[in-house]
Design a binder for this molecule. Sequence first.
Ligand code: ADP
Length: 392
Amino acid sequence: MRDLPRLVEIVGRAARRLTGADGGAFVLRDGDEVHYVEVDAREPLWKGRRFPVSCCISGWAILNRAPVAVEDVLADPRIPHEVYRPTFVKSLAMVPIRSTDPLGALGAYWARPHKATPEEMETLRHLADATAIAFANIALYDELRRLNEGLERRVAERTARLEEALRELDDFAQHVAHDLRAPLRAMRGFARIALEELEAAGGPPGLREWLHRISEAGERMDDLIVDLLAYSRLARAELPRERVDLDRAADEVLLEARPSIAERGAAVEVERPLGEVWAHPAALKQILHNLLSNAIKFVAPGVAPRVRIRAESRPPRRRLWVEDNGIGIAPEDHERIFRMFERLHPQDRYPGTGIGLAIVRRAAERLGGAAGVESEPGKGSRFWVELPAGGA
Ligand code: ADP
């Protein structure tokens, strides 16, 4: 039992039915008054009315913490006769709800002179006991709900503050990353000029090598900044979704990747039609681009990369696969590689920032999907991303 009005209704009716009386009442104490919250009888009697505790029979039962049976209401001095005289009530019984500090009383009314039997009094007492327990439950439940509401409000406030702090942090990261790129561009530019001049003048090879390394390090740093920017942008930006044709998205990504595909002698096969998903077009292309770049990058030396892109339906999602014939990944690393800066290979063999797959997962999740991999060392990798299916 979780709400008071329902309890009052049920108990009022039960007081009448279980005793076979002509009326039942549920009375609650409210300070110096008693409140007849429910009366179940052929006339409403005093339903909804309040009387002083000191001058009515329910008040008597409450104050004396004792049940009472009255055979002739008009002969009993504890009863306000003027209230009863116009009604059908000839006899009654009242029992307090809760024996210590009663919170109210239950009553039964008879239209004929009747002395309530011990069984009837016992029935009313049991009903009063059950009511007291239900009351305590309702109070507990209310308290619990209040506490819960307070907790939810506090969580909501803290979440809002946390989100604000995260936004500020992301803004800060965007600013810093952006501002770092300008001096970096200058350093790389001057290193390149110096290198060109040295080469033209036939300068010392050692110096040329150093300048070359400065250039390369600058390039790597720029890649890192670009990836970091992409990652933090994914956290902040709204990503409104629309229906995206995967074939078109794949075409666009393949076109952009054409130089590196050619450079590595890779063969990319697309099993069409790939179908449609709900996604943010740019975020989806970023996912595809990152998976494709990895697929053609992580192959054993001397092996021509072969990549297959296909899709399958997994209602309500669509799963896109990017499969390669590369070096593969040990099962214990399958989760790790999706975290920021986690890389399994040395920079000189397989250059990279370690952010690409973190971007893939974050983008997939923000689009309401997921990303993962199936792979074994030496047996190629099958990366997948699952997004809400497009369709009609
Ligand atoms: P990056 O490619 O810049 O190193 P990623 O986050 O894209 O960073 O990938 C993390 C690591 O996961 C890679 O360094 C590599 O060790 C492993 N990895 C990713 N894709 C593949 C793949 N197709 N085959 C084998 N290993 C891969």
